[in-house]
Design a protein around this ligand. Structure first.
Ligand code: SAM
Length: 285
């Protein structure tokens, strides 16, 4: 009956569903965006606590089932169902997002929410356990990675609940966890592509030194090209001869991170590094 390609594992434990809704701290004035409502086990509980739910569901069969579930109840006029793919949808205004969606879209979902404007208040999201632990990981944790720093740059993320496989029908193959995200408002004044370009390099091999990660032909070639383009477009002289390896190394030494490892560095370390590179005209995108 359920479509595996759409990750349809229905949350059957009402206590877990209630726990998720409680952790969203909904207000009676809130508009809630629910992604992938399925048969509506979370939806009906969300509707009890807020003004309006806008639910985006890809499977028209389940959307019809949910419509039937609220039909003739007072909730009917407070539920709007958008049939379609969340990833392609133009999102409406919302205060809070709640989602239990297929795990293969986790990463894109998080960044789509973080890019959305105006910024929302919080999101309560179910993910595969390991993905959730990556989102909250801190420097030194084994799961600390590029995803952790990229998401934590824009949001405060908190692990709020473990959910075992048997709470779903059919049970998925992996354990799940619920996290709450609160976007940093205002967002940090960092150009994300530039930041992520640096993260790709330093987390390339996160247990190697920063210096080792920069010392590859691909990285040096890319940064040299970016540097030349920057100089050409900003009326700046290019050193002759240009020794990009020495230039990069000088910056890493000055910031004091050449022998550090990304696995142990925090947001502030990365920000200092990015600013130092940019001041020298070296860019990552
Ligand atoms: N939220 C319900 C629950 O907790 O019982 C259903 C959860 S089920 C894991 C995931 C739901 O997301 C399914 O209803 C599926 O059809 C829907 N879905 C999958 N991919 C989607 C997408 N890209 N956009 C919107 N809905 C999607």
């Amino acid at each position: 009956m359920f479509n595996k390609d759409l990750g349809q594992h229905i949350l059957k434990n009402p206590l877990v569903a209630q726990g998720i809704v409680d952790k969203a701290f909904l207000r009676p004035t809130d508009t809630v965006l629910e992604i992938g409502p399925g048969t509506g086990n979370l939806t009906v509980k969300i509707l009890e606590k807020c003004k309006k739910v806008i639910a985006v569901e890809m499977d028209p069969r389940l959307a019809a089932e949910l419509t039937k579930r609220v039909h003739g109840t007072p909730d009917q006029r407070r539920l709007e169902i958008m049939i379609g793919d969340f990833m392609k949808a133009k999102l409406p205004y919302f205060d809070v997002c709640i989602s239990n969606t297929p795990y293969q879209i986790s990463s894109v979902l998080v960044f789509k929410l973080l890019e959305h404007r105006p910024l929302w208040r919080s999101s309560v999201l179910m993910f595969q356990r390991e993905f959730a632990l990556r989102l909250v990981a801190k420097p030194g944790d084994s799961l600390y990675c590029r995803l952790s720093v990229n998401v934590q740059l824009f949001a405060k993320v908190e692990h709020i609940m473990k959910v075992g496989k048997n709470n779903f029908r059919p049970p998925p193959q992996v354990e799940s966890s619920v996290v709450r995200m609160e976007p940093r408002n205002p967002p940090p004044p960092v150009e994300f592509k530039e930041w992520d370009g640096l993260m790709r390099i330093v987390f390339g091999r996160k247990n190697k030194t920063i210096s080792a990660n920069f010392k590859t032909d691909t990285v040096e070639e890319m940064l040299e090209n970016n540097y030349k383009t920057f100089c050409a477009t900003h009326d700046r002289m290019i050193e002759d001869p240009l020794n990009i390896r020495a230039k990069i190394h000088g910056i890493l030494e000055r910031v004091g991170v050449a022998e550090e490892r990304a696995a142990k560095m925090d947001q502030d370390d990365f920000l200092r590094l990015l600013v130092a590179f940019n001041e020298e005209g070296i860019h990552f995108c």
